[in-house]
Structure formats: structure tokens, C-alpha cells
Design a protein around this ligand. Sequence first.
Ligand SMILES: NC(=O)c1ccc[n+]([C@@H]2O[C@H](COP(=O)([O-])OP(=O)(O)OC[C@H]3O[C@@H](n4cnc5c(N)ncnc54)[C@H](O)[C@@H]3O)[C@@H](O)[C@H]2O)c1
Length: 415
Amino acid sequence: MSRFQRDVCVIGGAGHVGLPLAMTFADCGLSTVIYDVNKETVQKIKSGEMPFNEEGGQELLQKVLAGGNLSVCDSPELLSECRFLVLVIGTPVDEHLNPNFTAIHRAIDKCESQLRDGQILILRSTVFPGISRHIQRHLAKKNLDIHVAFCPERVAQGYSLQEFREFPQIISAFDPDVVDEVRDLFQKVAPEVIEMEPMEAELAKLMTNAWRYIQFAIVNQFYMIATQNNLNFDRILHGCRHRFPRLKGMPGPGFSAGPCLVKDTMQLAAFSENNFILGHAAMLINEGLPGHLLTMAKRQCNLSHMTAGVLGMAFKAESDDARDSLSYKLRKLLLLEARAVLCTDPFVTTDPSLVPLDKVMSESDILFVGAPHSEYRKLKIPRDKIVVDVWSCLNTTSDQRIDLIAAGHNGNGHL
Ligand SMILES: NC(=O)c1ccc[n+]([C@@H]2O[C@H](COP(=O)([O-])OP(=O)(O)OC[C@H]3O[C@@H](n4cnc5c(N)ncnc54)[C@H](O)[C@@H]3O)[C@@H](O)[C@H]2O)c1
């Protein structure tokens, strides 16, 4: 019989990763606590309102609140009653792209009075390799008999509830008994668990994201090479991928940023003593894409006489999350060049400067697609609008797309 009254507390449980996980634990019948310092979001969750877009999230939140398995708090009192503490706060890189090593230590110190011997602290934030060991020592220095595990999150934001149930969960800990306990916990959720050493798991998570980021970068560089040479990249991409299994999984070009991929690639770069050349190159390419789109537009239009519209400010399609979105970098660059810039997004609610889609459509001379939300695919784009659509998501005629066909070249290259 466990000496703890409750099963699990998710610290940072109101966040994009924490909330879906907490709801999933509660839905599995585990007595679950959300602890988060964001009072406003905690209030929303308590009242049954999902604070961000998550497929199936709204229904599940209401179900688990009604079921009585989920408690939601903005103070840490209930931590002491929980067997497992799952910590999933943000772990950003700083303005020099260096990992912030102290965020997790500070979060632990903040709730120290509620920590109890015998608890298991599961780190789920993405961390710099070696941080789990460091946290284990940090707790020992406080004379707390708390064991640390590292079990990274690998789901795609917005689709967590489905992906928890589909993908294997990597688990790791310093003590075999703790591995057994976290295996039991995650087997309630995931179809399979994969065991490794904590530092291997820390690297596996960073490498997963760096791999994705580099894949996007290579296609973005191909797009830049083609378009710099006035070639139609849509046709090239179709030719490369069509019924050719070795390029299965090759993504299309587009903005690649958001709260994870860049910073995790930079964490891996820092760990490799800045010898992760592919990672740094990917960062330069992906971060350079908004500038490339602007250069293409300037080559063919006098932007200073034009109003530019940006469709989609979230960091990816169908998301309401604008954190580290490259649409904002594009907006910054356009503000220096265009007569006016109008931005819109159907999901982002955090930016009061955004305007309705109708206004962008009627007042813009040139349209850039920032995030390829599905509703943009259905738009009728008037013939007089010029379009820069790296995602190829708008329904345009081929002569409207200046990123496909440069002035005077009609897509035939150096003619
Ligand atoms: N967003 C993703 O798709 C994703 C995917 C995999 C892994 N991750 C990793 O998960 C971690 C969290 O990311 P996120 O997107 O959920 O961030 P987030 O900002 O959405 O959520 C973090 C939450 O932690 C809370 N918080 C901060 N300090 C706290 C403290 N001391 N005590 C209690 N709560 C605190 C914040 O209020 C916030 O609600 C990061 O390390 C990230 O790299 C994110």
C-alpha cells in the first residue's frame, strides 16, 4: 500500500505538454494533480476551458474534471500527497542560443517544502544532457530521498492525446527499481516503453528534434536553390517524390521554428561543443527563409508602394501557438520594406495587432503565407494579388506565384 494518497502531480501541468499528459493520466484512472504557476490558465482549466488548441482536448478536459480524478492548483500544496511528480516546465535557450541550466533547479526549489522522501521526480521537459544527473544530486544535497527519472515527451503539439497512445515512450532512471515504477506508470498510457540510460534518453530527445529540423532545412535550402535560379520548385518536388519510395517522408518547404525544434537543435549544438555543423547550418537556413522570401518579392515588386498581407502567424498549421513563429520574423522584415503590413490568423489570440482575414484580403497587394492553415486552401485569391506561398497551399494561377516564376523567366530557368 503506497504511503501517498494520490498518484501523480504534473508540475507545469497547464502548459502545452503538461495539460494533455495530466488529462491522459486522469483518464487512465490515476488520481492526478495539475500544479502550475500561471494563475489565469489554471482558472480556465478549472472552469473546464482548454487554454489552447489540442485535438480532442476540450471534451477530455470536461470528462476528467467531471470524473473527479483531476485537481488543478496554482500553489504546490498537493505535491506532498503524490507518488510521482512529473516536471514539464519550459526549457528555452537564452538570447545567445545557450541552454538555460537553472530553470528546473529553480522550479524544484520553489516547491521544496512540499517534496517528500520516497517520491519519484520524472523530468519530462527537454533538457541539456546531464541535467537529470545534476537534479538527482541537487535533491541529495537537500537530504531528500527522491529518485529522478527522465522520460521525454515526443508527441506533436496539438495531437498529443492521440500520439501518447500510439508511440513508444522512452524511459530512464538511475535506479532499476525506479525504472520498474516509471515503466508501470507509462505502460498505462503508451503501447510500448523503451528503456535507456538517462543521458542516452536526454540525447535521444534532442536528436529526434534536430533530425526533424535538419530535414526541414534541407528542403528549404532546395527551395532556395531552385527559386534563386527562377525554377519552379513545386514541379521539382513533385518529380523527386512521385512514386519514388526512397524519398518517402521528404517534407515540403516552409517555415520551421516554434518552441522546440530550433532550441533543441541549439542545445545539441552546445553539447557538442559547437561542433554540430549540420545543426548550425540548419538553423541558418531555416531562420533565413523569411529573408529569402522577401528578397524574391523585392526582385519583382516595389514593396514600398504596396501593402503586404501575412496569412497565418502561428508556428505551424492549425495551431494557435505563435511562440517563435517565423511569420513574426517575416513581419519584422516587411515592416522595413512595405508601405503597410497586415497580419491575420484564425487561431492566434495573443496578438491584438492581428486583423480579420477579409481586411487582409481586400487591402493587400501582395500576400505571403506564414502558416498554411487549412482554411486558406479554400480561399479564392483575386487575380490581381501577387502571392509568395512557400507552402504551395493557396489556390492561385501559376503566374501569381512570384516565388515559383521569376519576372520574365516563366519558370524555365536561365533562358
Ligand atoms: N510544445 C511541444 O510540442 C513540446 C514537445 C515535446 C517536448 N516539449 C518540451 O516540454 C517542455 C514544456 O514545453 P511546453 O510547450 O509545454 O511549454 P509551456 O510554456 O506551454 O508550458 C510550461 C508550463 O510550465 C509552467 N511553469 C513554469 N514554471 C513553473 C514552476 N516553477 N512551477 C509550476 N509551473 C511552472 C508555465 O506556467 C506553463 O504553463 C519544454 O522543455 C519543451 O521543450 C515541448
